[in-house]
Design a protein around this ligand. Structure first.
Ligand code: SAM
Length: 321
């Protein structure tokens, strides 16, 4: 197992099934180009093989299936069934929710428990101007269905000063009414945002966010779950929410994440373009591949930032958000 000087280990793996997405969110997808996969994406069997190697070689305990939009990929069902049979403490999915109603029977069948649904606004026209596609009503229907099926649903919102800041309180109300935890994700200075001044124009800090919420609610900090990247708060008497405050309260010192992109590249850090092609290992005998993996993991661990995310031209939908 690789452990660095800060005691960091890889425990959480994010796997991007495909870089293609049916949305083209303004802050994520450059040029508004939807449905673009990465070149030479791995098939489901090779992705599963890579995941097995990473469980055994890196000590991965938790896995999140993401993308791009994971439910857009034909690999989604076989991959999900495959990972549910592996020795993992926790499997979760991050999705934009457009295919949630379609996949609800599958999720029920594999007794799926944890889902994060990205939703930046409850206003149907603003929804289209941020996501540049999609149907808000389907996302809301999917969330209701997942809650009814007993899944633990979290909603992810990226607050943006120029696009959806007025939705912070309505989205919180929506989640509190349903016992859903809302997670505000601070905008990260990635991809095309790094190339112009949009990041500065849109960034909403933790303080600004809390001020907006405190205009309506009494809010107190609460202890976060162990190993959580979010700072959690209680809306007194109503429920909880979390903030992933990448900028305002960086958590690189305790980052345990590793990312596998849909074309088999391993990334140790979102704030670093360095990556390692796992494809040669996927045709090696298992013991040899495990052995080779140790050097790769050691390099990937060395790519982590020691203090804070510094921004990078890497695009979330390619690395796996
Ligand atoms: N398609 C899926 C979805 O929409 O949840 C999974 C992939 S998406 C890249 C994962 C998450 O990354 C979404 O919640 C999205 O809002 C977030 N994201 C993308 N670009 C971001 C950025 N620059 N800063 C913060 N979050 C970002």
């Amino acid at each position: 197992m690789i452990i660095d000087r800060f005691g960091r280990q890889f425990q959480n793996l994010r796997v991007s099934l495909t870089a293609a997405c049916n949305y083209a969110c303004t802050y994520c997808v450059p040029d508004g180009k939807k449905l673009q996969p990465a070149t030479a994406e791995l098939d489901g069997e090779h992705l599963l093989y890579a995941v097995r190697l990473l469980i055994d070689g890196a000590g991965i305990e938790k896995l999140r299936i993401t993308g791009g939009e994971p439910m857009l990929s034909p690999k989604f069902e076989p991959f999900l069934r495959g990972v549910c049979e592996l020795d993992l403490h926790d499997v979760a999915i991050t999705t934009n929710g457009q295919f949630l109603p379609k996949y609800m029977p599958l999720l029920r069948d594999v007794k799926f428990k944890r889902l994060n649904v990205s939703l930046d606004t409850l206003d149907a026209s603003h929804f289209r101007s941020i996501a540049r596609s999609g149907d808000l009503a389907i996302v809301l229907q999917g969330i209701e269905m997942a809650c009814e099926a007993g899944m633990k649903v979290k909603v992810n919102m990226v607050p943006l000063k120029t696009a959806n800041f007025d939705q912070v309180v309505p989205l919180l109300d929506y989640c509190l009414d349903r016992g859903i935890e809302l997670r505000f994700i601070e905008l990260m200075n990635m991809g095309h945002l790094k190339l112009n001044d949009q990041y500065e124009k849109d960034f909403v800090s933790l303080d600004m966010l809390l001020d907006a919420i405190r205009s309506k609610y009494e809010v107190v900090p609460i202890t976060a779950e162990h190993d959580s990247t979010s700072i959690r708060y209680e809306v007194v008497g109503r429920g909880t929410f979390g903030v992933i405050a990448n900028e305002s309260e960086p958590f690189c010192r305790s980052c345990s994440r590793l990312r596998l992109s849909s074309n088999g590249h391993l990334y140790g850090c979102l704030s670093n373009t360095k990556h390692y092609d796992l494809r040669p290992l996927l045709s090696m005998p298992y013991p040899l591949a495990l052995n080779e993996l140790q050097g790769v993991l050691s390099s990937a661990m060395g790519d982590k930032q020691s203090i804070a995310f510094t921004g990078e031209t890497t695009v979330m939908k390619f690395i796996g958000g």
